[in-house]
Design a protein around this ligand. Structure first.
Ligand code: NAD
Length: 413
């Protein structure tokens, strides 16, 4: 199944439980405004064309919202699946946005900073008529950074001739991004896990965790879980896994990553080095996929020993693998809830930009905790009617989108 087929399956199953008609489901599954353009940039080797996308999936609940990724595999199908997931995610955590996603099919590692800036500006210029703080608000995603958001903001303001900081989120704090945005995704996931512990009478200090991926999301989640007393027994990056039964301290590992090294470069006689994928198969309470999509599949799921999966990455578990896990009593806490902290704080950034009044970090975190814990409790309550947290989350998301569509009369035509 390709990523859009996977998400369509989740939406269709949820729609059946919400008693939507086939025609209503088809309306929800059809991206409202899929945009594809070619952007041209002059590089050292001459003029180069790149395919670029902005898929505006649904705006029944508010302006379109979603990141822009720069990646060689960013194609229309992948970007559409991610746009649909954004619509569901915003609805699950009940923030007033629809869903969108953008992408440019490039390998940013092969580009100079000047070329990246030219591509960022060309992207905004190509899609400017369809973007804006009340229309569609972009943000960072894979290989796009606060610096790239700054160039994009500048280009948009040049085109429109006015200051519009709410055009884009994920900006540096010195350009009026939100305090706390850098750790929001990981912190949101930790709040979800703490709430899960509460309803299941689990003591976080007695849990062991393995983390697949040690980048922006995985590295920070390791630190935050460790600070709360959870034992981190293993983490991995693309070079391998570092495993220590008595527990790892994330700080020296973060230091290694900051120096451009791998987690397996840790000097610790008690720690063992394993293959990257081995982290997924270790004996532990909590497994956090925080790297790539489709890493828990029918090929390795029988070897997964964790009791809880906290999906920090987007789409890390295939539907077949999830079915196997659930049948074996494993709780899979889904991406559309777990990694929503990033878009929640993006929402706060947009609110602050519109108010032109800026919040302390402690207020950002307090409001993040409140929103994501309410969302967890809604999903947990809904799960009483299901086997699965994902089904419960999708049912809530689809129901909220369908309600907005119905109120607007969009199911009538
Ligand atoms: P990142 O590029 O900072 O980190 C990815 C990590 O995965 C790196 O440590 C890399 O070495 C590791 N990795 C790559 N291939 C691997 C492999 N084969 N085995 C093990 N590790 C491997 O990316 P990120 O921002 O941390 O994003 C990770 C995931 O989280 C993605 O699915 C992303 O969509 C999702 N996510 C991130 C955010 C965010 O705010 N950063 C928000 C929502 C969702």
């Amino acid at each position: 199944m390709n990523p859009f087929e996977q998400i369509s399956l989740h939406i269709k199953r949820a729609a059946e439980r919400c008693d939507l008609t086939d025609a209503e489901v088809d309306t929800i599954l059809k991206p409202q405004n899929p945009l594809a353009k070619t952007i041209s940039v002059t590089t050292e080797s001459g003029k180069v064309d790149y395919p670029a996308y902005r898929i505006q999936f649904n705006n029944a609940r508010g302006p379109y919202k979603g990141g822009i990724r720069f990646h060689p595999q960013a194609d229309q199908r992948e970007v559409t699946a991610l746009a649909a997931a954004m619509a569901i995610k915003c609805a699950v955590v009940d923030i007033p946005f629809g869903g969108a996603k953008g992408g440019v099919s490039i390998d940013p590692k092969k580009l100079t900073e000047k070329e990246l800036e030219a591509i960022a500006r060309a992207y905004v210029s190509a899609f400017a008529a369809d973007l804006g703080p009340d229309i569609d608000i972009p943000a960072p995603d894979v290989y796009t950074t606060p610096q790239i958001m700054s160039w994009m903001l500048d280009e948009y303001e040049k085109i429109t001739g006015k200051s519009q900081p709410g055009f884009i989120t994920g900006k540096p704090v010195s350009l009026f991004g939100s305090k706390g945005r850098d750790i929001a995704t990981a912190l949101g996931a930790v709040f979800v896990f703490l709430e899960y512990c509460k309803v299941n009478n689990l003591d976080i200090k007695e849990t062991t965790t393995a983390i697949h991926g040690f980048g922006n999301a995985g590295g920070v989640v390791a630190k935050l879980l460790h600070e709360r007393g959870c034992k981190i027994i293993a983490v991995s990056d693309s070079s391998g896994t570092i495993y220590k039964e008595s527990g790892l301290d994330p700080i020296p590992l973060l230091q290694l990553k900051a120096e451009g090294k791998s987690v397996i470069d840790l000097k610790d006689n008690e720690a063992k080095v394993l293959l990257s994928g081995a982290v997924l198969e270790l004996e532990c309470d909590l497994l956090v996929p925080a790297a790539l999509d489709n890493v828990i599949t029918d090929k390795n799921v029988e070897k997964v020993k964790a009791k809880i999966i906290l999906e920090l990455a987007n789409n890390p578990t295939t539907p077949e693998a999830e079915k196997f896990l659930i049948n074996n009593g494993v709780d899979v806490l889904p991406d559309v809830l777990v990694n929503a902290g990033g878009v929640i704080v993006s929402y706060f950034e947009w609110v602050q930009n519109r108010e032109q009044y800026y919040w302390e970090e402690s207020l950002v975190f307090e409001r993040l905790e409140r929103l994501i814990c309410v969302a967890f409790r809604d999903v947990h309550q809904q799960k009483a009617n299901h086997n699965s947290y994902r089904e419960a989350a999708y049912e809530i998301g689809v129901k909220r989108i369908a309600k907005a569509m119905r109120l607007r009369g969009r199911f009538n035509s």
